[in-house]
Design a protein around this ligand. Structure first.
Ligand code: CP
Length: 311
């Protein structure tokens, strides 16, 4: 039902397939509002969640999406596996596949690891975040949330604020939003905006107040504290003063814009609690849409059957 067997990234991903995923996610949102939040669409399918890096939202969201679709799920944690005894990535993957599975959801700290995995196994591979490369399911849930809020993506003005250079969320959002016809402006310290940014078809503006004035929605990224003081970022206090999204900063602008954050949040650094917990933030809607979007992706990639009343 989708043109590509795997979901490795949104660079070059077809617009019609992104739209199909978003439309399907809305039908699964309806399932999530039912008293019994389960459909038999992926009964008999087996999915392994292969996490080599920490995660709260993505891991639980994928596992819930799989359970809501009645798939059998297995969770693999690198830290408690035979990788610790020296087993290779290739042997690990091929041994898991030998147990007759249908798909692997993988998070890995190395960019390109999910692509590498497709070269060793025949199962469907879904990228749940690979280093600083891509996080395609996060961008799809972000676009689903924007579509839910505004009713369209084409022409929507989205500001992405923070550490763009190290953010897989930013890169997948840039590719996805540009494909869907949205306008994107990046904003953050010049040390954290990649020099090739404008080649991606986006604008760069280092003045966050100008971006707030321009945007319909802001996607505020987590500032990785480990980069503070390393020459890439000023102090936490200076970052907050220059780029932090605070109630005072937003109140200088007349229009109300939508605030997004992929999580985890550093409250009081990139965003204040008063903004993150306000009515203009859709951060928890993003989390709920994450389950629906991942249900849609799994359903469409694994060729699931829609139940009556869910078409
Ligand atoms: N947004 C996101 O990827 O969060 P986790 O790292 O908790 O999965």
């Amino acid at each position: 039902m989708l043109q590509q067997k795997h979901l490795l990234g949104l660079e070059g991903y077809p617009a019609e397939d992104i739209q199909t995923i978003i439309d399907t996610a809305f039908t699964f949102r309806e399932v999530l509002d039912r008293p019994i939040k389960k459909v038999p669409s992926l009964q008999g399918k087996t999915i392994v969640n292969l996490f080599f890096e920490n995660s709260t939202r993505t891991r639980i969201s994928f596992e819930l999406a799989q359970k809501r679709l009645s798939a059998d799920t297995v969770n693999f944690s690198a830290s408690t596996s035979s990788l610790k005894k020296g087993e290779t990535f290739k042997d690990t993957a091929q041994n898991i596949e030998a147990m007759k599975i249908d798909a692997v959801v993988m998070r890995h700290p190395t960019p390109g690891a999910p692509l590498h995995l497709t070269q060793h196994i025949n199962s469907i591979v879904i990228n749940a975040g690979d280093g600083t490369h891509e996080h395609p399911t996060q961008a799809i849930l972000d676009m689903t949330s924007l579509h839910e809020k505004f009713g369209y993506l084409k022409g929507l003005k989205v500001g992405i604020i923070g550490d763009i250079s190290h953010s897989r969320v930013a890169l997948s959002n840039i590719h996805g939003l540009k494909t869907m016809g949205a306008e994107v402006t990046l904003c953050g310290p010049s040390t954290l905006i990649p020099p090739f940014a404008e080649d991606l078809g986006v604008s760069v503006n280092y003045n966050v107040d100008e971006v707030i004035e321009w945007a319909d929605a802001l996607n505020v990224l987590r500032i990785q504290r480990e980069r503070m003081g390393g020459g890439l970022l000023p102090s936490v206090r200076e970052y907050r003063n220059l780029f932090g999204i605070s109630t005072e900063r937003l109140s200088n602008h007349k229009k109300e814009i939508v605030i997004m954050h992929p999580g985890p949040i550093n409250r009081g650094v990139e965003i204040d609690s008063s903004v993150a917990d306000s009515d203009q933030a859709i951060i928890l809607d993003q989390v709920l849409n994450g389950v629906a979007s991942r249900m849609a992706i799994l359903y469409l990639l694994l060729g699931g059957k829609q139940e009556e009343g869910n078409s």
